[in-house]
Write a protein that binds this ligand. Structure first.
Ligand code: BGC
Length: 750
C-alpha cells in the first residue's frame, strides 16, 4: 500500500528540516519548549512535548526506516540515516527532538549490508553466552556501557540489544547473542547490560520478545506453551531484565506465540509487558515482524521498524487511515508517541547530542572486552592438572581455528566488523555471513607468554600431518570452531572434520588441550582422550590475550556454564529440530512440552546426565562450601553460606544456591535461586548472603494472575553447579502470594 502524499510530505519535511547542529536542549529554548527542561521528570516532559505535536508528527515518530539500501526492493533510506545502519526514525526539529538513529546490537556496533557499505570498524564483546558465563553483572554492565559509548561516538542513540531469549533449543543459531537457559541468570545479566547501555545516553532495546528460541521458521512458527509455564521461564527472564534494567524499548519478535504474532499479541504486549510488568517504554517491531495495522496498534505495538521489511507499511498512512476511521482511537497514537518520547527523555538522547563524532579509545575498549572474556572462559576438563601450562615449556604445537590470525564471531545482523578488518576474509558467501574473525590472534598472545619456546602452527587441514607433529610435541593446543548465524540453526557439532582432527591429534598426544570457539554446546566424541577443554565461546576483540592468560594461569578460570551441554541429541526435548524439512513459508507449531523445564531443569526432571551441567566450570584452585543457613523474615528467604579456597592458587568461586519444594509440583526438582561470585586468596574464606527472589519459590497462578507459594517445607542446596550440590538444608516457608504486578527491589550487581 503506498503512502498517502500528505504523510510523505510531512515526513520529508520533518527529515529535511532537522538541523545538523540542533539548538541546545537547555537555556532560552526551554522557555518556549518546556519539554527541553532537563530538570523535569521524563513523564512530564513527554506529556508537554506530546501536546505540541501535530498528528503527522506523531505518525512520524511511530514509523521507522531501514538505514541501508535494499536494491531488491528499490528502497533507499532517508538521507539523514547513518550509512549502512539498521534504522532511522525522523526527529522533529521544530520541537528540538532529535532523530532516532538505530544500530545493532548487543555485542557491539554492527554494519548492515556490509557488502554495500564501508565497514564501521568497532570493538566486539565476547558472545552473550560468554558474558553470562561470567556470572558477573558488573562486567555485563561495563560491557554495555562500552558498546553504547561506541554507538554514540558513531552517531547512534538507539542500540538494538541485548537479546535474552532463553536457550531452550541448544541448536538455536543465535544462542551466541543470548544470555543462557536460566531466567534469573539471563534476566540479571541482561538487566545489567541495559543499565550500562543507557548510562551512555543510548536507548537499549531488549529483544526478541518473546520465545524466539529457534531460527528455523522464525517468521512463521508458533511457539506454543501454557501461560503459567511461559511466566516461569522465558517471560520471567524478560521480566527480571525489565525490572533491573528499565530498557527504553522492547523489540517484539518474528514468531507467533500460541498462534498469535508476537507483534500483535494483546497478551504479550498489553497484559504482560505493559500491564503486569508496568513497562513504561515503547515496543518496536523486529525487521519485518509486523502483519497488520489495527490489530498491532491495539495490541500494543508502538513503532513499526524498517517498514520496508514488512509486506506493506502498516503504520504511517495506513495507521493514519485507521485513526480517521475510528478503528484505532487517536488516544492510542498519543500513547505510542508518549512512550517513545518518554524513553528519549529518560535515556537522555534529547539532552545529550554529540554532533561531532568522538574519537574511540579502541585499546581501552578492547580491555573491557578482554576482561569479560577472561571471566567468561569455562574450563571443562583438566586431566592431571595439565593446565595452567608451565612457562618453562620448550615446545608447543598450535593447531587450527585460524588461531594464527584471530578469533571467530557469530553471523547475522549482530556482526561487528573489527578494527583492522576481518582477519580471515572471504570465508563464507553473503548474509548472514561472512564468517568474521576478529584480529586478536591467540597464537601471538601465546608466543608472548613463552617467548623462549619453540612454537609451531598448523592450520589442521591435513589431519595426518597434524597427528604426526602432535606425536612429537610437548603440548598441543588445538583450536576448534563452530560458526553459527542468525536466520539458521546450528548443528550440535563442530564444523567440518574437526572432530576427526581432534580424535587423531589426541590419539597421538594425550597432552592435547582443546579450545572451543562455539555458538554454544557441542558434542565431544573425543572428550575422554584429550587432556583439557576450554570453552571460549566467541571470544570478542580481546579474545587472543584472554585465552592465553587463562591457559598460562595469569587468570583463574572462573566462567561457569550458563547452558547445559547435552551428551547426545536424544537427550533434548526435541531430538529432531522442530520445523526442519517444513517448506519455507508453511506455518508449523513448536510445542514447548517441556514447559518451564528449560535446560538443566529438563535434565533433572528426566534424570538425564548431561555432558556438562549448567553452572559447571573448573578452577585452578578448589573451593569448599560450608555453614549453609536459611533465614526467613517477612516471608522472605535469605540463604547464607561460607566458601573457602582450599587450594594453593587464588581464584574466584561462583557459589550457587538452588531451591525446590519437598512436595514437588514444580516444573523440575530445583531452580537456581541466586548466586554470589567471590575472589579468594589461597586459604581465604567468605560468608555470603544470598536473597532468594520470592518468585523463584512460587508458581504462577494464571487464572488469578498472581505468584503463589504454598506453605510447606522447601529445600535449599548450595554448591558449584546444578549437578554438584554439596550442601542441603530444609526450611519451612509460610504461604505467600503476590499479584503479577511486581515492585522490583533495587538491582543487584553481583
Ligand atoms: C534481527 C534483529 C535486528 C534487526 C535489525 C533482525 O533481522 O532479528 O535482532 O536487531 O534485524 O538489524
Amino acid at each position: 500500500m503506498p503512502h498517502s502524499r500528505a504523510i510523505l510530505l510531512a515526513l520529508s519535511l520533518v527529515i529535511l528540516s532537522w538541523p545538523a547542529s540542533p539548538a541546545g536542549a537547555a537555556g532560552a529554548g526551554a522557555l518556549q519548549r518546556p519539554w527541553l527542561d532537563s530538570s523535569l521528570a521524563p513523564d512530564r516532559r513527554a506529556d508537554l512535548a506530546l501536546q505540541a505535536l501535530t498528528r503527522e508528527e506523531k505518525l512520524s515518530l511511530v514509523f521507522g526506516y531501514f538505514g541501508s539500501v535494499m536494491p531488491d526492493k528499490r528502497y533507499t533510506p532517508p538521507p539523514q540515516a547513518r550509512s549502512g545502519s539498521a534504522g532511522f526514525v525522523p526527529g522533529i526539529a521544530r520541537l528540538g527532538l532529535p532523530p532516532q538513529w538505530l544500530t545493532d546490537a548487543g555485542l557491539g556496533v554492527a554494519t548492515q549490508r556490509a557488502s554495500l557499505y564501508a565497514f564501521r570498524e568497532r570493538t566486539a564483546l565476547p558472545s552473550g553466552l560468554a558474558t553470562s558465563a561470567t556470572w558477573n553483572a558488573g562486567l555485563a554492565q561495563r560491557g554495555g556501557a562500552m558498546i553504547a559509548a561506541e554507538a554514540r561516538a558513531s552517531g547512534f542513540n538507539v542500540l538494538l540489544g541485548p537479546g535474552l531469549d532463553l536457550v531452550r533449543e541448544v541448536r538455536g543459531g543465535r544462542s551466541f547473542e543470548y544470555a543462557g537457559e536460566d531466567p534469573l541468570l539471563a534476566g540479571v545479566i541482561a538487566g545489567a547490560q541495559i543499565r550500562g547501555i543507557q548510562s551512555r545516553h543510548v536507548i537499549s532495546v531488549m529483544k526478541h520478545y518473546a520465545l524466539n528460541d529457534q531460527e528455523t521458521g522464525r517468521n512463521i512458527l508458533s511457539a506454543n506453551i501454557p501461560e503459567e509455564q511461559a511466566r516461569e521461564s522465558d517471560l520471567l527472564a524478560f521480566e527480571i531484565a525489565v525490572e533491573q534494567g528499565r530498557p527504553g524499548a522492547v523489540m517484539c519478535s518474528y514468531n507467533r506465540v500460541n498462534g498469535v504474532y508476537a507483534c500483535q499479541s494483546p497478551w504479550l504486549l498489553g497484559r504482560v509487558l505493559k500491564g503486569d510488568w508496568g513497562f513504561r517504554g515503547y515496543v518496536m517491531s523486529d525487521w519485518g515482524a509486523v502483519h497488520s495495522t489495527a490489530p498491532s496498534a491495539l495490541a500494543g505495538l508502538d513503532q513499526e521498524s524498517a517498514y520496508s521489511f514488512d509486506d506493506e507499511p502498516f503504520f504511517g498512512a495506513a495507521l493514519s487511515a485507521a485513526i480517521a476511521s475510528g478503528e484505532v482511537p487517536a488516544a492510542r497514537l498519543d500513547d505510542m508517541a508518549r512512550r517513545i518520547l518518554r524513553s528519549m527523555f529518560a535515556a537522555g538522547i534529547v539532552d545529550h547530542r554529540d554532533d561531532a563524532p568522538e574519537a574511540i579509545d579502541f585499546a581501552a575498549d578492547t580491555r573491557v572486552a578482554q576482561a569479560d572474556e577472561e571471566e567468561g572462559i569455562v574450563l571443562l576438563k583438566n586431566a592431571g592438572g595439565i593446565l595452567p601450562l608451565p612457562r618453562t615449556l620448550k615446545g608447543l604445537l598450535v593447531i587450527g581455528g585460524h588461531a594464527d590470525r584471530g578469533v571467530l564471531s557469530g553471523g547475522g545482523s549482530s556482526t561487528v566488523y573489527p578494527v583492522g578488518g576481518n582477519a580471515v576474509p572471504g570465508l563464507a558467501p553473503g548474509w548472514p555471513g561472512p564468517e568474521v574473525y576478529l584480529p586478536s590472534a591467540p597464537l601471538g598472545a601465546i608466543m608472548g607468554q613463552v617467548p623462549q619456546a619453540n612454537i609451531r602452527y598448523l592450520d589442521g587441514s591435513d589431519i595426518a600431518a597434524a597427528a604426526r607433529e602432535a606425536a612429537r610435541a610437548e603440548r598441543v593446543l588445538l583450536f576448534a570452531t563452530q560458526w553459527a548465524a542468525e536466520s539458521r540453526d546450528a548443528a550440535l557439532h563442530l564444523d567440518g572434520d574437526q572432530d576427526k582432527l581432534i580424535a587423531a591429534v589426541a590419539a597421538a598426544n594425550p597432552h592435547t588441550v582443546v579450545i572451543l570457539e562455539s555458538n554454544g554446546p557441542v558434542l565431544m566424541p573425543w572428550l575422554a582422550h584429550v587432556g583439557a577443554v576450554l570453552e571460549a565461546w566467541y571470544p570478542g576483540s580481546g579474545g587472543g590475550p584472554a585465552i592465553a592468560r587463562v591457559l598460562f594461569g595469569d587468570v583463574d578460570p572462573s566462567g561457569r556454564l550458563p547452558v547445559t551441554f547435552p551428551a547426545s541429541l536424544g537427550q533434548l526435548p526435541h531430538p529432531d529440530l522442530p520445523g526442519a524439512g517444513v517448506p519455507a513459508g508453511q506455518p508449523f507449531n513448536v510445542d514447548y512440552t517441556a514447559g518451564a523445564a528449560v535446560g538443566y531443569k529438563w535434565f533433572q526432571k528426566r534424570g538425564l546426565k548431561p555432558l556438562f551441567p549448567f553452572g559447571y566450570g573448573l578452577s585452578y584452585t578448589r573451593f569448599r562450601y560450608s555453614a549453609l543457613r536459611t533465614h526467613v523474615s517477612d516471608a522472605q528467604l535469605t540463604v547464607s553460606l561460607t566458601v573457602t579456597n582450599i587450594g594453593s592458587e587464588g581464584g574466584a568461586a561462583v557459589a550457587q544456591v538452588y531451591v525446590g519444594p519437598t512436595a514437588g509440583g514444580w516444573e523440575a526438582p530445583r531452580r537456581l535461586g541466586g548466586w554470589s561470585k567471590v575472589t579468594l586468596p589461597p586459604g581465604g574464606s567468605a560468608t555470603l548472603s544470598i536473597r532468594i527472589d520470592p518468585r523463584l519459590l512460587a508458581v504462577f497462578d494464571a487464572p488469578h494472575d498472581r505468584w503463589q507459594r504454598l506453605a510447606g517445607t522447601y529445600e535449599v542446596w548450595a554448591g558449584d553447579s546444578a549437578a554438584t550440590l554439596e550442601l542441603a538444608a530444609k526450611v519451612q516457608l509460610p504461604a505467600w502470594a503476590h499479584g503479577a504486578r511486581w515492585v522490583a527491589p533495587a538491582p543487584t550487581t553481583r
